[in-house]
Ligand binder design. Structure first.
Ligand SMILES: CCCCCCCC/C=C\C/C=C/C(=O)SCCNC(=O)CCNC(=O)[C@H](O)C(C)(C)COP(=O)(O)OP(=O)(O)OC[C@H]1O[C@@H](n2cnc3c(N)ncnc32)[C@H](O)[C@@H]1OP(=O)(O)O
Length: 300
């Protein structure tokens, strides 16, 4: 476990050392056809780990829209941590098993009509997802094969590189204000590091969802490719990232992200209290209910 994970947990840097193996050509096994694939899945996450290349494909599998329920969030963190500990895995491609939707963001039903204890547990799990993914030592590539609002966009933004399917129907962004809620400071910090202050301010105030060309133009995604090329492009891109000496890349990643991570780590309980107070307000509950009703009415 290296620089970033070390920051949070103070554990031994085993990963930092193992990460340099095969660094000059990490995909050599894959290109020579020596494929050792391991499949494992929780209920809601499918994983295929190619030991030859050191790359795991991690698919969100929570139909119909990959909303991030407490169960999915928990499985997500367990999966990333398991891969992080696995010496044969050095990179993850995060994608969706659902057609057309990368992730609909947090499961709104987890934030409606529940107890304060439930809200606290849910928010802790959302924080954990961010800490685990944003703080991962592995190379992380988002293969965004569908629409990705709010926490769906956050997951993609946590990755090192974002490839999105160039489909005019797909959009991506932090749309929280459209639901009458507020993206917390660490969502904001993650976006600011990608887009800069001015654009993030505008984007967050408006709760803006961007089309794919817009997202590329502002740098919210790094590459647009035809839908059927998303996975193969992600596989090629991750090979390039894995070719960089791992210890140097990991320390650099840590250097770029540690301030943001420390900020949440140091204010974690206060952030949970804020969330519980905020989400439990009658006015916020009403806004979420109106939003859910509108979603359902769209279909009628
Ligand atoms: C003072 C400071 C205090 C700080 C406090 C911080 C508070 C911050 C709190 C929270 C941050 C929130 C982050 C989030 O992620 S909120 C979630 C935002 N997500 C969305 O807005 C997406 C909503 N969904 C859609 O727009 C669409 O569903 C779609 C584009 C993703 C897919 O469209 P389509 O294919 O047409 O599917 P349906 O709309 O028909 O949906 C199918 C089914 O799924 C339900 N559903 C959709 N999204 C969600 C969701 N996010 N959670 C739960 N359920 C969802 C939808 O209602 C349908 O259900 P059905 O009618 O029963 O079939």
């Amino acid at each position: 476990m290296a620089a970033l994970t070390l920051l949070r947990r103070g554990s031994a840097p085993a990963r930092l050392l193992s990460g340099t193996l095969n660094a000059r050509n990490p995909c050599i096994g894959a290109t020579q056809g020596c494929h050792l694939r391991r499949h494992f899945s929780n209920n809601k996450i499918l994983v295929e780990l190619d030991e030859a290349s050191g790359v795991a494909i991690m698919k969100l599998n929570n139909p119909p829209v990959n909303s991030l329920s407490l169960e999915l969030l928990t499985e997500f963190c367990i999966t990333i941590e398991k891969l992080e500990m696995d010496r044969s895995c050095r990179g993850v491609i995060l994608t969706s098993a659902a057609p057309k939707i990368f992730s609909a963001g947090l499961d709104i039903t987890e934030m409606c009509g529940k107890s304060a204890e439930h809200y606290a547990a849910f928010w802790r799990a959302v924080q954990e997802l961010w800490l685990t993914l944003y703080g991962s030592n592995m190379v992380t590539i988002a293969a965004i094969n569908g629409t990705s609002p709010a926490a769906g966009c956050l997951m993609a933004m946590c990755c090192d590189f974002r490839i999105m399917a160039d489909n005019p129907k797909y959009t991506i962004g932090l749309n929280e204000t459209q639901l009458g809620i507020v993206a917390p400071f660490w969502f904001k910090d993650t976006m600011t590091n990608i887009l800069g202050h001015r654009l993030t301010e505008q984007s967050l105030q408006l709760g803006q969802m961007y089309t794919t060309p817009e997202a590329l133009k502002i740098g919210l995604v790094d590459q647009l490719v035809p839908e059927d090329k998303v996975q193969s492009t992600a596989a090629a891109v991750i090979c390039n990232w894995l070719a960089v000496p791992a210890h140097a890349r990991q320390i650099t990643k840590s250097m770029m992200r540690k301030q943001n991570i420390e900020r949440l780590v140091n204010h974690r309980e206060a952030d949970i209290d804020n969330f519980v107070n905020f989400i439990g307000k009658d006015s916020i509950q009403k806004s979420l209910q109106v939003y859910m009703d509108r979603l359902k009415q769209r279909k009628q």
